[in-house]
Write a protein that binds this ligand. Sequence first.
Ligand code: DX5
Ligand code: ZN
Length: 218
Amino acid sequence: MGHIQITPSILNADFARLGEEVARIPSADWVHVDVMDNHFVPNLTFGPTMVEALARSSSVPLDAHLMIEDADRNALEYVEAGCGSVTFHVEAAKAPVRLAREIRAAGARASMALKPATPIEPYEDMLSELDMVLIMTVEPGFGGQRFLDLCLPKIRRARALMDKHGVETWLQVDGGVSLETIERCAEAGADVFVAGSAVYSAADPDKMVTALRETATA
Ligand code: DX5
Ligand code: ZN
């Protein structure tokens, strides 16, 4: 297991002041940017131009979570935009192995996301192609949803498969992560934690980043 990392999602930040919102979380390990195309999920956010501007203004590296249908064709734009990590959804990718290799070859960490009902087992043999697996703990699309406990066994199984293969792949969770739920995720084997509303609804977002890290490490 890697060290504990906290990656606040800006989905619930003030979109009119994104640069300033990102500057409020200097203790974050990554800034999680949720790219939505209104097809893969019923919500629309921003594209590579906005992400590129954010990457230029942020001292914290960007972790792009692509909730888009045409991942095979569009993922590399986010590497070019300056993201250090790019996550595509396996339900959207037509050729996930090729896509992971292309992301790595372009110079970013390659990551693959699974919706709550998507099993990890079919992808066991491609874990070594991935720098991170993202297990969604809500149905993707919106911030502020309730954490789905039914995803915890999958986090455990994913961690066991990673141990079995001896890979260095990080295990990220995203959706409903808060001071209340982060311990359960860490105990199941997650090491990278996305938190959107928990961070941006806090009076001091950076303090919340530290509190989440401490709770996950405890
Ligand atoms: C949901 C997004 C998440 C979201 C998390 O589809 O992928 O990153 O911003 O927000 P919270 O932490 O509020 O569930
Ligand atoms: Zn996300």
